[in-house]
Design a protein around this ligand. Sequence first.
Ligand code: BTN
Length: 231
Amino acid sequence: MKIISLETVDSTNEYLKRGNRKPITVVTANHQTGGKGRRGKKWISPPGKGLYVSFLFEKPKNFLNVQTVSLSTAVAVAKTLNTLKKGFEIKWPNDILFNGKKVCGILPELSGNRIVVGIGVNLYHSREELKETDYPATSLKIEKIHFDRETLTISLVKNVINYFDKTAKGTFEIKEFESLSIIKPGNRITVKKQNGIEKVTVLGIDREGYLIVEKDGKVERLFSAEISIRF
Ligand code: BTN
């Protein structure tokens, strides 16, 4: 495993997708000029304010889909943050919330026979710096959660690699995700898709990471890349 620390980069995900580096490579940056979020959005990445880190993994042999990596990475991140203070939860597929506000986002991408997993944690952002987001957002500083940046980074890297390994071996258990998930079976949620908005009832999550929902007696499997969810 190799760790590269950069001062400034466009996006740590793009950096790993460009080079022909060996898995496992981990890249952190102090500043991203073109930080990317899910569904083509920007990830606000001012210098020194966030933890911006990406992992380059080999695509496992029995790889199901990128969604399973999303879910297990979310568990790794939530568990890491919960050692600082209890109360971090996951909003399917991979937003990490504290007090109902987003504090971390995860962006897994396929790149040939590699998988790049990017994680952004809001550490020192002020409310002002997060006001552009179209969802409630927060940072560890706003929530008055104490942490040591180095220690947090090291334990996050260890846990993410450990959980990727579980996914690769097929030993990751979806119930670990369910116990941290704010979306529970029976919840009514609003789903925003490319072609509109609909209200559905949650049935559960299957082993491929799809959210199973029901609407008017019809069961649907939702793929994470295409949708956003509101309560
Ligand atoms: C989301 O929209 O929730 C996903 C955000 C992912 C942000 C991280 S920051 C490190 C890595 N590099 C990027 O450009 N994006 C991810």
